[in-house]
Design a protein around this ligand. Structure first.
Ligand SMILES: Nc1ncnc2c1ncn2[C@@H]1O[C@H](COP(=O)(O)OP(=O)(O)O)[C@@H](O)[C@H]1O
Ligand SMILES: [Mg+2]
Length: 330
């Protein structure tokens, strides 16, 4: 299951992503955590100290390796140089799985230990610069994440959780369509819900499952406000957490000690994420991938690479979980 946390800066994306990741890890299910936020803080929120967080490899710096690996022997992709962030997989491409060892994880992922002997794989885009925020950036750091998501074959009960910025980049490239569930973190303020309205607008045409998660909610009035603004899209709310505060002070408490109301809210998130599996449609997923690739090819990719990137689309390819082997008749 691919799950994104989006929202305004400071709303609590990183905090809630990290809590959700801990919640999943505590249930001993496989999780890959991806830090694609402008401010790279997911490692710290998962308990890495400054030096450890700074030593995380940057996916953005490994784009050539990622492209070369994913391209595999796909005859439609002549070289890694002509592979852009939206280039879809086709026959011959290498696909990624949540649980496996591959050169992409070897180069880009690090194992972060959590409570009780549990751990997660963490990947980070690397720090953003001004030029990363452009719409059509060839070397886009988030593009590394998008390529991985576009080549990922994940099933129920295994999770990729992405802490993500809700910026123009993800709308232009189609990154925002790559998730089974998008949690929009909103504080009970006008600014908090304005990002929700914008996202909803983009999401409408693409069948995106979007739920609002209130954060730093202090009372019924806050809940009522979010309910008025988001209606049934409001899934659940988190209150102020002393546990999070202690974490911020560099005194990480055991995850078990998180406030019980916040533990419950995490359970609600997981149930909503799991329920989204029913709505998964690999054909639509592949179609949207192709749609955004053609758009990006035309608007900048063809000019930038000097190739006809539309030819990269393998018309008969559908990304998807492998079918269970059919028993042979005796
Ligand atoms: N529920 C919460 N309780 C206490 N502090 C919180 C809570 N949610 C977020 N914070 C704090 O608010 C600040 C911004 O949160 P963060 O997760 O970094 O936001 P974002 O990733 O959306 O920019 C951080 O200092 C974080 O510790
Ligand atoms: Mg953040």
């Amino acid at each position: 299951m691919k799950i994104a946390f989006v929202g305004k800066g400071g709303s609590g994306k990183t905090t809630l992503s990290s809590l959700f990741i801990r919640h999943l890890a505590a249930r001993r299910v496989p999780v890959v955590a991806v830090d694609a936020d402008i401010n790279q803080h997911l490692g710290a929120a998962l308990g890495l100290d400054e030096a450890e967080a700074a030593a995380l490899p940057a996916m953005g710096a490994h784009l050539p390796l990622i492209k070369d690996y994913l391209r595999g022997s796909n005859p439609r992709i002549a070289s890694a140089e002509t592979m852009i962030k939206t280039t879809p997989p086709g026959r011959g491409s290498r696909l990624l799985r949540v649980v496996e060892d591959n050169p992409v994880y070897a180069a880009c992922a690090r194992t972060v230990p959590l409570d009780n002997g549990t751990s997660v794989r963490l990947m980070a885009t690397g720090p953003f610069t001004e030029s990363d925020l452009g719409v059509a950036c060839y070397h886009s750091k988030v593009g590394a994440v998008e390529l991985c998501l576009n080549h990922l074959v994940d099933g129920p009960g295994e999770y990729v959780v992405v802490d993500m910025t809700a910026g123009s980049d993800s709308f232009a490239s189609g990154m925002f369509t790559r998730f089974d569930m998008t949690f929009l973190v909103a504080e009970p303020t006008r600014k908090g819900v304005s990002v929700y309205r914008q996202y909803k607008e983009y999401a409408r045409d693409f069948g995106i499952r979007l739920r609002v998660v209130g954060n730093k909610v202090q009372g019924q009035d806050d809940v009522d406000f979010l309910r008025e603004e988001a209606g049934d899209d409001l899934l659940t709310c988190f209150g102020h957490s002393d546990w999070v505060r202690a974490m911020e002070k560099g005194r990480p408490p055991l995850f078990d000690l998180l406030e019980s109301a916040n533990h419950e809210a995490l359970g609600t998130l997981r149930e909503a994420a799991d329920a989204a599996y029913e709505g998964r449609d690999w054909h639509r997923y592949t179609r949207q991938m192709v749609h955004f690739h053609l758009k990006n090819a035309e608007s900048w990719g063809n000019a930038r690479t000097g190739a006809d990137l539309a030819a990269q689309v393998d018309p008969s390819f559908v990304l998807g979980e492998p079918l269970p082997a059919t028993p042979q008749p005796a």
